[in-house]
Design a protein. Structure first.
Length: 565
């Protein structure tokens, strides 16, 4: 008997005519690790809410079909009992953090379960140790970074030891190292303690190989499912990009098996190209020189942002930024990456004048960002913080953009239509932003700050909750901005996005910038902060970070063996 059985499930949110879920049939066995992926708004989070018993009880709406848990229809089960069995981590961690202190937040769920104080104590201590939260156990939850909040939300659910873990993009705000650590921990719980794991994820390079089965959703329906290699080939056939870069590269080739990891991919790649006597050699030495020359040429352009010996600490806290200095030039696309809590978001706020440095100075277009701060530079700058909900308070998507234009004294001369089209939001024009998915709200917030056509664009985690196709759209939009001579600075944990679109990368740790340079020079040499294709081609082909670069430089070497060109 399957743990979950879904029969012809259809669901409509209140006041909507289009179903969020349509004709879903799915069985999930106890102890299985299921990965659910697909486009933004494809129904992934809605399906998770159904399995957790939140739809329709909490969200309302109209539901059809049947859902069974342990052989009993889900709607008949006691919700308190179901909450003990099924734990869910939401896409937005702020929606489930209710306490002011980290330790108290983890204990909150255990208190509701009525556990004895001694058991609560060791459960809290154990999970904080596992999740790396011990050092901030007394921290104020409102002051945590987005990644720390995500860890805390996950820790609070894990401490309750549910039989089923439903995780909605639990690593979207975590750096690559922390993200992989968390997913490996979840896999251990699955293998060693038979936890059933239902993972919803967009960044598939971290988790595709961990799943027993992959379920791909589009338009509220399941379009294909199966073991990862089979699902990869099926997705490629259907023209769907929801596979990791390494898997996508090999899935398009007539190879005997589809690698799911960099290790498998390198082994297969070397088996084909070693007979060309190329293993261990740099196949293109000129590329890195050309790209470095491009960076040197960009550095001759005028400074748009200049950060000079900046220090910053929050009241009563440790120093968050430590003697930071750098320049960003006109037409550059700078990605700032690094561990959670390194000070990346704080740095953006200092640049924007939202926080005043303890020491040092910040200049934007040659003018010091002084006491007036944000007001001085807002006329030509777009800033999007980590939380898109902070930007959404109008009744429709169109009104959100119109509100921004009015604030800037601008008329809508086709600007709203243009931005909605660029970010694939036309169909949501009259929709209330709060009724949209996390990824859709992220795009609305982006549209609301970009509609003024700013010359300096400053973004904090803009790809969170956005699927591959929409990230490509966003990246191309930003690339066109720098081609016009505008400038982009973004903080991201999405190394794949940085590798594809940035021109320059800064690596930040413990409040300091430890590396700063052309993206191939930084990401190509990094062990952990490197895209999958970069790891695949390391020491085999210089200057390869992306799928397109791999096809351009690696595929010709395989042509004689594979006869694909």
């Amino acid at each position: 008997m399957p743990l979950f059985k879904i029969e012809n499930l259809t669901y409509y949110y209140p006041g909507t005519e289009k179903p969020a879920l349509r004709g879903i049939n799915l069985e999930i066995e106890e102890g299985e690790f299921i990965l659910i992926t697909g486009g933004s708004g494809s129904g992934k989070s809605s399906l998770a809410r159904v399995l957790a018993g939140l739809i329709p009880d909490f969200y309302g709406g109209k539901i059809g079909g049947r859902v069974f848990f342990q052989g009993k229809e889900l709607r008949t089960l006691d919700r308190r009992k179901l909450a003990r069995e099924v734990g869910i981590v939401f896409q937005d961690p702020e929606k489930q953090i209710v306490q002011t202190c980290v330790e108290a937040e983890i204990a909150f769920g255990l208190e509701n379960l009525g556990l004895p104080p001694k058991e609560m104590l060791w459960r809290v201590a154990e999970i904080m140790s596992f999740m790396g939260l011990t050092s901030i156990k007394e921290a104020f939850t409102a002051n945590l970074s987005g990644g720390q909040k995500q860890k805390l939300a996950l820790a609070s659910v894990l401490a309750m030891q549910p039989r089923v873990l439903i995780l909605d993009e639990p690593t979207s705000q975590l750096d690559p190292v922390s993200g992989e650590d968390i997913l490996n921990l979840i896999k251990r719980l699955n293998e060693e303690m038979s936890f059933t794991v239902i993972l919803i994820e967009q960044r598939l390079e971290r988790c595709f190989h961990l799943a027993d089965r992959v379920v791909l959703m589009e338009g509220g329906e399941i379009v294909c499912q199966g073991k990862a290699p089979e699902e990869a080939r099926e997705a490629i056939k259907k023209g769907l990009p929801f596979v990791p870069p390494v898997t996508r590269f090999f899935a398009s080739l007539p190879v005997p098996f589809i690698p799911l990891t960099v290790k498998e991919g390198r082994k297969l790649l070397c088996s084909y190209i070693k007979k060309e006597n190329l293993h261990g050699k740099k196949l293109s030495d000129s590329d890195s020189e050309n790209k470095s020359a491009q960076v040197r040429e960009a550095s001759k352009k005028r400074n748009i942002v200049s950060v000079q010996n900046v220090w910053f600490s929050y009241p009563g806290g440790q120093e968050v930024l430590k003697d930071i200095s750098f320049d960003v030039h006109e037409g550059e696309f700078v990605a700032i990456i690094g561990e959670n809590g390194a000070g990346k978001s704080t740095l953006l706020k200092v640049i924007m004048g939202l926080l005043k440095p303890s020491r040092g100075k910040v200049y934007v277009q040659g003018k010091e960002v002084g006491d007036k701060g944000f007001k001085e530079i807002r006329k030509f700058t777009a800033y999007l913080s980590q939380n898109p909900n902070d930007y959404l308070f109008q009744d429709t998507v169109e009104d959100e953009l119109l509100f921004t234009l009015r604030n800037f004294g601008l008329k809508d001369i086709g600007l709203i239509d243009e931005m909605l089209e660029k970010l694939d939001l036309q169909r949501y024009r009259k929709t209330n932003p709060r009724d949209l998915s996390t990824g859709e709200r992220q795009r609305v917030a982006l549209a609301s700050v970009l509609v003024t056509k700013p010359r300096l664009i400053v973004l904090d985690e803009p790809t969170r909750g956005i699927d591959f196709r929409l990230k490509e759209k966003l990246g191309e939009l930003l690339r066109k901005e720098i081609e016009k001579g505008n400038t982009v600075i973004l903080v991201t944990h999405d190394v794949e996005f940085a590798a594809e679109f940035a021109t320059k990368v800064m690596l930040m740790f413990a409040g300091r910038i430890v590396c700063d340079g052309e993206k191939h020079a930084v990401l190509g040499k990094s062990i952990f902060y490197s895209p999958q294709i970069g790891k695949l081609c390391r020491d085999l082909c210089e200057g390869v970070l992306t799928f397109a670069e791999a096809r351009e430089k690696i595929l010709p070497l395989l042509a004689k063996r594979l006869e694909v060109i």
